[in-house]
Design a binder for this molecule. Sequence first.
Ligand code: FE
Length: 211
Amino acid sequence: MKRFVFSLVLAIIVSMSFIQAGSGDNDSQNKAHEAAKDTDIQACVSACGLPSDLDFSDRTFPIERSDQEWRTLLSEISYQVARKHKTEPPFQNPYFDNKELGYYACVGCEAPLFSSLDKYDSGTGWPSFSQAIDDRLVAQQVDNSFGMRRIEVHCALCGSHQGHLFPDGPKPNFTRFCINSASLKFVPAASKALLRTAILEWYQTEKNLAQ
Ligand code: FE
């Protein structure tokens, strides 16, 4: 665990720089974006709305809790979405239209996964982000359920299901993280500077990983 934490703390500045530096256009990205533009928005909504069929019960994560502990910690809908890979209804969730400044933490462990600075209105009815704060905290898993190939995303620390990743997001990354509000906990910030400070403080606080 300490090695994991040490790695996170040392790499945060590099990670932030990577997020900034990784925003350049290239031919393959532009081609992918052009292809994604042809995607029917209704198809996107349908793909978002389908639950994940993945089962993480045989996996281990840095933060582990019993099923009873998860049921006690989470609301019913957060338990069903984050732990059972269900999907909440579009436009009927607390954060899809939230425009406040702040970050979105994992509902299961409070790791800072997404920033309001990367949130945009995708029109799907779910919170949508162009990128994660730190790709190491948002793990990906191929999801072949329902006859389609999707990329499921979950918290790398506690395994809580977050949503799916699609290639039809805005420039420059062209990625859209379609996330369930039920998997998130919004932490408001009074300014961009305080938002950055709050995120960095999480990395400096080992207690978040020692549960
Ligand atoms: Fe988590």
